[in-house]
Write a protein that binds this ligand. Sequence first.
Ligand code: BTN
Length: 275
Amino acid sequence: SLPENLDQKLVPAQKLLMTATLDNPLDADRIRTVLPLAANSRLDYLTVLPETDSTNAAIGRLPAELQHAHAILAEQQTRGRGRRERSWYSPAGGNIYLSLGWRFDSSELPLGTLPLTVAVCICRALEQTGLEGYAIKWPNDIQVKEKKLAGVLVELQSSGNGPALAVIGVGVNIHMPGQGAAATRIDRPWTDLASELPESGPMDRNRTAALLLNELLAGLDQFESSGFDTFAAAWQDLDVLNGRKVRLEHAGEFISGTARGIDELGGLLLETADG
Ligand code: BTN
């Protein structure tokens, strides 16, 4: 005979498919559960989408009153955006694609340093996963042993001297699905957290997302009260290029020299042959 409440025991086909392909689906409630109280109350909205073009674009499409303190995560992006007009490879089910909308009311803040600030926040979150050897390549690439682990794309919308909305986009390779396909789609050395932490077992993306949001929200608080000053030393400690010979492409020209950290606006300092 059929058991009672059979319908409750049936797993919808779509859900079955999800659990077959996603070892640890992103889940807003789960992220909220892990997120400390202070961060939870600073974050007004948390949305998880199965798919979108770009989480940065998704924040940009929201009505203005829903953009601030709104985090959007997606399982996959069909048009993930990278810096300098590049794309960000965003297959389903293994990585973190996260955007946080934040409105800055003060026009005094050095918003040009926000991408560097965000990179420091990501490193603080990664530290808590047990990862070692991470570093920042100017301005905001997060690398482990010269391989890219995470990237930051901050897009600013400002209206003159009024408030500015920042869309802070963060992509972190957690457990890259289809490593073979990824190798053909990503044009520079890359790694993922699972490869760097082989002893840790399956990655908990909801916990990692909560760690990222916690550090981002705390970092924004710090940035709003004291700008980049309190992040500058942390950034310099993580600077992978400092003291190394580099070749910069700037406005179609190449300039060679030695990287010497950053100035107070987050610009790269380069020591050239003529000083
Ligand atoms: C880079 O290093 O070039 C920046 C990559 C930023 C990727 C993230 S993924 C979440 C957010 N949505 C996007 O379309 N891009 C950012």
